[in-house]
Design a protein around this ligand. Sequence first.
Ligand code: SF4
Ligand code: SF4
Length: 303
Amino acid sequence: MDNKTSNTIDFAAAREAIRSYSLKRGAVAVGICEAELVERIAPPGFGPLAILPGARSVISIGVTGCTRGTWKSTAKVMTFIGNSVGPIYRASFGLSFFIEKTFGYPSIFVPPHVDPEYGARVPIQSLKLHAELAGIGARSMAGDILLHPEYGLLYYGSVITEMPLPTDPPMAENPCPAPACVELYRRQGRTPCQKFCPVDCLSGTIDDTGEIDEMVCDMARCAEMCQQYENMPNIIDDAITADEVLDREEALYGAESQAFFYKVTSAVGATHAQCFECMRVCPVVTGAPQADPIRMGEAARKA
Ligand code: SF4
Ligand code: SF4
């Protein structure tokens, strides 16, 4: 379908229709920012125009994380059910079709994947930047993970469209650091996320007014805990270079390798986002008013 002429479209109403569709598909937060704004801030070649040359707007949506019970479970259980990437794919993929079908503007679901030219840790687009500029998340002291004052930790997806839409401002206030974190920092010199990171990859300072002064994340250490992108070559390398048959067998068939192959071949559990310790102890993640997915669902249905 061609674009409907702009004078037949009520863009404010269209914005509400997009919001309403996203909420019905499982999102709890929806924000929109100008593609041009993202383009100015993203590194060259990583802005919206790189994947949709006529891009005018970026729509960011957030879905809920896990239940309260999951947050109380063990780290190994959380590696299987801690994240919510499935629902976010479905909601944002559907939204791109909804916009094209309803309003006629070319739209694209942003692949939440890596840029194949740059290896395993450079995304095609920063979904985090989209969400931040669209006002549905603010950068925290926990490695810049976005937090939302109402919903805590969300999983984000984006749609880029040629449709010009009314935008939302970035959040006026950052929920991080929470008052309890400032207090702990004043007493012990560390926030909860810094204190409980198992590999000490978080550091930084809070200023006299209780705001983030500096956030430092040793991404290499965090990545080693969170991601298994290098597992396969490591297993092969260990097997090839093993001097003894038993060592080779351990590399190929040991418990760790078996668990990895199980996840990959059965597509159960994640090979990324496996460590949740900084989020488990975050008072915003577990204590925000709508942090409980059950309450979130009720609020979404009401909306
Ligand atoms: S995800 Fe784990 S390793 Fe990474 S910063 Fe958080 S606690 Fe540390
Ligand atoms: S625990 Fe959460 S709120 Fe507190 S400093 Fe860390 S990320 Fe911010």
